[in-house]
Design a binder for this molecule. Structure first.
Ligand SMILES: NC(=O)c1ccc[n+]([C@@H]2O[C@H](COP(=O)([O-])OP(=O)(O)OC[C@H]3O[C@@H](n4cnc5c(N)ncnc54)[C@H](O)[C@@H]3O)[C@@H](O)[C@H]2O)c1
Length: 354
């Protein structure tokens, strides 16, 4: 037997455990959390400088099926104010071939840290939380950009994000009456349209063959695909509409450069990531990182909109783009909210570490 000597090297440790939350546990906790309010508060804290948001760690590779695969490490902190502070990290991994094998494309873990000892105190399934926080940012962006009364919506890409986005927006946009879905895998769009139609009989759901057809009559279009190359052309965009570029890759440079207003979640993260189109355009000097009259520029952050420092206006002829990079601090804020529920209702299981 090798290395038995290791057992006696360290002093007798104090017992330590980690709370583990499965997806079912997370859903149980989330039922008691106002996710949009939690994400909104975190965006405001970020705007007020009460967060720590380090750069992401990004690892990518091609798997044995030739599919793009990656792991992103996203640490962050909402600085402690009373009991609402949160420290942690999201590890979100994805491979675009996963859906072929019946797996969700993205999955990973959320970690909560103890602010005093810095220990990991909770580990939770993150797929659903990641989708919920992303949908919450979209809902907040739609509202603060002046599109809350939207009646017609198009969704391009009908996977996990689309399901969660639609579930949330259907509770928050009371005037929605027409939703058009589009997916390169048409049956995926048809299945989702069928499911939603049976749950929301007062709303008309249809499936479009192409993104341009889906966008034709939509006041707001959500891009939730996995494309790497921009393909949406400026003349596809309906005047006065809002484009939410969640997948970050669908819009061509021309669509980004010609937007009448361009809202983001964080300028710094975008600038640091030239592998994404908006970051590349800012680094090339084709879009200014700060608003500049008469020049393509980032208009404001969603935090500035929430703080009322910028008032968004729906354009008559132009269009608005929201480009949410995805902030780890928003996940960490939700992990904290979930953990508070888990602690108070004793949800999940304790894993003994030492
Ligand atoms: N910005 C953010 O904060 C953030 C956060 C989470 C996820 N995302 C992004 O959201 C996107 C969607 O994530 P998901 O988990 O729903 O993925 P998913 O794989 O579950 O769904 C993507 C869907 O898009 C479809 N699709 C791919 N290319 C298409 C095209 N050209 N036209 C129409 N449909 C197309 C696929 O068939 C699939 O159904 C990903 O790009 C992901 O990276 C962004």
């Amino acid at each position: 037997m090798e290395n038995l000597w290791l057992a006696d090297v360290l002093a007798r440790p104090v017992p330590e455990s980690v709370r583990f939350l499965s997806r079912a546990d997370v859903l149980d906790c989330l039922a008691r959390v106002d996710v949009v309010a939690a994400v909104r508060d975190a965006l405001v804290s970020h705007h007020l400088g009460r967060t720590i948001l380090p750069s992401e760690a990004y690892l990518s590779w091609t798997n044995q099926h030739g599919a793009y695969s990656r792991s992103i490490g996203m640490p962050g902190a909402i600085l402690e104010e009373g009991a609402e502070g949160a420290y942690g990290m999201k590890i979100i991994n994805a491979s675009v071939s996963n859906p072929e094998f019946g797996l969700e494309r993205a999955g990973g873990l959320g970690l909560c840290f103890d602010p005093r000892t810095a220990r990991v105190i909770a580990v939770m399934e993150v797929g659903v939380l990641s989708a919920v926080r992303t949908a919450a940012v979209t809902a907040i962006a739609v509202e603060t950009a002046g599109y809350q009364a939207v009646r017609s919506l198009a969704v391009v890409g009908c996977g996990t994000q689309a399901r969660v986005h639609l579930a949330l927006l259907l509770t928050r946009c009371p005037e929605l009456s027409r939703i058009t879905l589009c997916d390169v895998r048409r049956p995926v769009a048809e299945n989702l349209a069928g499911e939603l139609a049976s749950r929301h009989p007062g709303i008309s759901f249809s499936v479009a063959a192409t993104p341009v057809e889906a966008m034709d009559e939509a006041e707001t279009t959500l891009f939730l695909t996995t494309v790497a190359e921009g393909y949406v052309q400026p003349d596809w965009v309906r005047p006065g509409s809002l484009l939410v570029n969640v997948s970050l890759g669908d819009l061509t440079d021309e669509v980004l450069v010609n937007a009448s207003a361009l809202f983001v979640d964080d300028v710094q993260l975008i600038v640091e990531n030239p592998r994404r189109p908006l970051g590349r355009l800012v680094n090339e000097g084709r879009i200014a990182a700060k608003e500049q009259e008469g020049q393509p520029s980032i208009t404001a952050t969603i935090g500035e909109l929430l703080a009322g420092e910028t008032i968004a206006q729906r354009p008559d002829t132009g269009y608005v783009v929201v480009n949410p990079f995805g902030l780890g601090i928003l996940d960490v804020a939700l992990f904290g909210a979930v953990l508070r529920q888990a602690n108070s209702a004793d949800i999940g299981q304790a894993l003994e570490l030492v």
